[in-house]
Design a protein around this ligand. Sequence first.
Ligand code: GCW
Length: 705
Amino acid sequence: MRGRGLVNRLATAFLGAFALLLSAPAAQAEDGYDLWLRYAPLEGEALERLEAIQPFITITTDNPTVRLAADELLDGMTGLRGYPHHVALVILQSDVDATGKASPFRFACDMPDGGQGGAYTVQSDDAGIAITSGEPIGCLYGVYALLRELSLGADPYALNMSSSPAMPLRMLNHWDNPDGSVERGYAGRSIFDWWHLPERLDQRMVDYARANASIGINAVAVNNVNARAEMLEQRYIAKLARLADAWRPYGIRVFLSARFSAPRDIGGLDTADPLDPAVRAWWQAKADEIYAAIPDFGGFLVKANSEGQPGPQDYGRTHADGANMLAEALGTRGTVIWRAFVYSAEDDTDRAMQAYNEFVPLDGQFADNVIVQVKNGPVDFQPREPFHPMFGAMPNTNLMLEAQVTKEYLGFASHLAFLAPMWEEVLDAQTGRGGSVADVIAPVGMAGVANTGSDRNWSGSDFDQANWYAFGRLAWDPSLSSEQIAREWAAQTFSREEEFLDTVVPIMLRSREAVVDYMTPLGLAHQMATGHHYGPGPWVCDLGRPEWNPCYYHRADAEGIGFDRTETGSNALAQYGPSVAALWGDADAIDPKWLLWFHHVGWDHEMPSGRTLWAELVHRYDRGVARVDQMAETWSTLSQYVDAERFRAVSENLSIQQREARWWRDASIAYWQSVNGLELPEGTRAPEHDLEYYQSLSFPEAPGN
Ligand code: GCW
């Protein structure tokens, strides 16, 4: 990324006032590394307006975050002007919080009444542009907002922005392992170079923090929730401290995923019972050790008693016992984020109900510095799920939302699926118990499972960068529309041309629905192949645990298909507020997109479209395939707007998606026909191969497993 750390480097070299000449670096190849922070040169009127502003910056504080903000402003202005030019830079070392009138940019980043939590204002006036915040990080956020607006062509003389984050914790969770592999990662190896830390800090770690800060992300859990205890050892704490130091100026706090059995695994104790005094003392000492190295350590993220992970239930204790024990060790210094993603091998209750059953009775029992982290839906990051019934059902517990930015169940990195509409769907969902999901989590926050990796473009594909971006933007402001997010991302990432945006934004907005259509239409879920979840596997019925089988979710037989979650079935519906349960309880009235999630219906069930369920199902698969074809076709017309390298990369991914959408459609239809014995609706294309062919495909090398 361009000219990083300029102000910081200069600050150490020069005290007092200095001026020096800088020139912009040569243009870099468009390999996606710069993400949405390319600051590509403006043109025409927008450029003229910007040229009228002298990027003459006076820094009057040595706060590292304010210095960064100034760096960013200089870099951004250089990029947006697009040619080498002279910039006068004056660094004054003093504690004064605002600069003189000479500068067109004025920072006031420590205003007592300027708002909290990163809120900022950016305003144009006669003297120039003023960026104001109650704290340094707000000034950095303000600079990113200013540059975003300028990138989008806003008039620098007419800025009047003010913004504050909707929720305090805006977090990424990495499922990265210390050996460099990434669980559910589709963008190469881990970005964390634990081996060389703490001595060597990869520049990528700084660029990563910068990208996060630019979209308001302020917390990162660095390691997989399927955690290894050694991440809590002294040597890893030293590594983590180096990262924390690098990220602090960007306003990012580090969290660690903690393995609950660590006192046994690495602590020499023979138990991890949360009520055992020796165990409590061990965690207390561990927390003290971490805080000695990282004074602003965020806290622990814990996956306990889930998918084989150890937890308090191993000792007959509750989730609250386990979480509160860790919360006590952290004290007021930090937060325990306890995951609600639990389901048990022994319990034959509908998997979609188990988290609610385990957690809701504990409402009110969690310590103040415990947050319970709940996935968007009650099963597992499917292309579509109804919102999790825990939202709204635990009024006396801090609940945060967990979303998956990496596309474990949505075609990995090669399928284009813009996830903002999916997250918007859940954030806007009315819980029927005092507000929307966004309202429930607003006092707490949201976490996204990161999609980053060592690939040059960070996310494995150019369009997957949009999901990282959208996650941050929505966590900052859940009321932003998917369309606005798509538009600003595409303009910053590819091209500001109206024609390009008017073409590419609709592609993005419809892309997730296309995936739903060709993978799991009409409320189907978890039809992916075993383990890696790559490709279709609706025929899989014989895995050790019932709820790992696609059959468990589709329940298809000769008569019908779908999971009855009404009173006649598992009655998962009863976990929702009465108004929601009533809305979804009627198979004839429910929105078809949720139908088979909640109802088992006959193949000849009449749909609102007038088609039978069977015909509608086939129609949706076809619609999904057709949309991918359209996306590829439309993209092929856009080469004039996009550099050759990224244009080709996107095109090739779309070809993969076209092929795999057909695979999903054909394999699924072939399987349903083997179950229902029905002919295809008239005019429908038959699957390319027979069912045995699709069943014979095997991909042991699929990534992320
Ligand atoms: O989605 C599932 C994944 C697991 C993951 C688990 C979880 C980290 O298949 O790989 O484990 O969810 O969220 O804990």
